[in-house]
Structures are given as C-alpha cells and as structure tokens.
Design a protein around this ligand. Structure first.
Ligand code: SAH
Length: 249
C-alpha cells in the first residue's frame, strides 16, 4: 500500500516511519510513503506557496497551482492511479475506524495537508475526492491528521500487528459490535492494594469472554451511549447483552 502525502513539512511524517509497529512494517516494505512539497513546484524566486485571500480577511491561502503540480508529480511517479485524493479539513466527514478498515483495501492514497487558512477551493473542486475531519477542533495543519490516518490504516494491514486478533478486539471493531474495548490488566495480580478482577485469573475462557463482553457493554453505556444505540440498530446485541444492560443502575 502506497501513500503520497502533499505537505509543506515532509519531515513531520517521520513519526509513522520511525516509531512503533508502523515503522517496523514500513522497514519491511509492507507500505510505502512518498512526500511531495508544493514549495518544490513553485517558479518564483521566493518559492511562494500562499497568497492573501480574495475578499480580504486575515491569514493566507495555499495557492492551487503548486498543489496541482505536486499532485501531478506524484501521479506520474506511480504506476497505478490514486484510489482517492483525500484532503484533511474541519469540513470533512468525521474519520472513523470503519473508514480506516475501508481504506486499508486500497492500493494508493494521496493525502493533502492544508496549512494557513486553508487551500484555494478550485484545487479542492478539481482534484479532491474525499474530505476527512479528525474532529471538531482546529489544527494548524493537515500533517497530524495524515499521521492519524496512516497509523490507523497501516496497523490493519495483514502481518503488521504481532497478533492479528488484537486489531479485531480493539474498540469500534466488528468483533466488539463497534463498542469500546474492555479494561486490561497484567502482572502483578495485586498492585498497590488493587486486585485483578477474579474472573480473569479463573482460567475459565467462557467466563472471561462473558466478563469482557459485559465490561465493553458497561463502559460503552456509561461513556458512549451512541455506540450502544448503533449496535442495537444493527442487530448486534444479543438477548444476554440486553439483559445485562437492563441490569445496570
Ligand atoms: N480555516 C480553516 C482551518 C484551517 S487550519 C477552518 O476554519 O475550517 C489549516 C489546515 O489544518 C486545514 O487546511 C486542514 O488541512 C488542517 N486541519 C485543521 N483542523 C483539522 C481537522 N479538524 N481535521 C482535519 N484537518 C484539519
């Protein structure tokens, strides 16, 4: 899987290529990253990538032409067409685990990182296929959003995580009916007077699975009732699940 990232700050992408599981998979060539700096596609001596907004107002706007040239350079360096050209923007669709699971099936994605007040709308209209938001807050640039997307997608590539089941048991996964993950414990069995829940020490796999399911339900009901509702609407809650939820205070 190949990512082409259009960014004024290519070095910031090192976080996913140099640290953790994404880095390990990158070094094993499970996925590739190329960065394209719009500044390299300017023709003036100042290498200008932005200008004042038409209509006035504060801040600067990224010029369409250097972005277009960077995109064309990325396209001509690759054999296959981009599956999607994604722009990060507060106006985009909120990014979800389901989207990450869909994107991991693609071969080549272009990610466009905005800076300043944003980018000239004509580049968006002509070249962008999808706008994604990382949440209802404003970042200074799309690079952190690109890191979020790449990290969440590449950990779903087969063979990237040590144990493939771990992604299946994460929060929002279909195995968990889209609910939150249950709490985790490791050694020692008693830590600063706090004991590990007894069921987890029982060796009874059925009881442990049941405990984890109930913890997922309880945590989701407390913190994310929207996830419980979505699971219910999708028919993913069993009679046992509903009985447990009804027993919660
Ligand atoms: N003026 C814009 C914000 C620009 S912030 C507005 O008010 O909507 C500069 C760049 O950071 C954006 O072009 C975008 O690429 C990125 N960015 C900021 N917030 C983001 C978010 N919540 N999700 C994804 N990208 C974001």
């Amino acid at each position: 899987m190949h990512f082409d990232v259009i960014t004024l700050f290519p070095e910031t992408l090192n976080v996913v290529t140099e640290f953790g599981v994404s880095s390990r998979a990158f070094k094993r060539d499970r996925w590739q990253l190329s960065t394209w700096n719009p500044r390299d596609y300017t023709r003036d001596v100042h290498r200008t990538v932005d200008d004042r907004p038409y209509g006035g107002g504060p801040g600067m706007v990224m010029l369409a032409e250097p972005l277009h040239q960077a995109l064309e350079a990325a396209d001509s360096a690759n054999h296959c067409a981009a599956d999607e050209v994604i722009l990060f923007s507060p106006a985009g669709k909120p990014f979800t685990q389901a989207m990450a699971a869909n994107l991991v099936t693609k071969k080549r994605l272009v990610l466009v990182c905005g800076r300043y007040e944003g980018i000239d709308q004509r580049f968006i209209d002509a070249a962008v296929t999808t706008e994604l938001s990382m949440g209802d807050y404003v970042l200074s640039g799309g690079e952190i959003a690109a890191l979020v997307l790449i990290d969440s997608v590449v950990r779903l590539l087969p063979g990237v995580l040590h144990t493939p089941e771990s992604a299946e048991q994460d929060s929002f996964s279909s195995t968990l009916s889209g609910l939150l993950d249950s709490p985790h414990y490791t050694r020692p069995a008693v830590y600063r007077d706090q004991a590990v829940p007894e069921t987890l020490l029982s060796g009874d796999h059925k009881a442990i699975a049941r405990w984890r399911r109930q913890q997922s339900l309880k945590l989701s009901a407390e913190r994310r009732p929207d996830l419980i509702e979505a699971a219910r609407r999708a028919g993913l809650l069993s009679g046992d699940d509903e009985a447990f939820l009804a027993s919660l205070p």
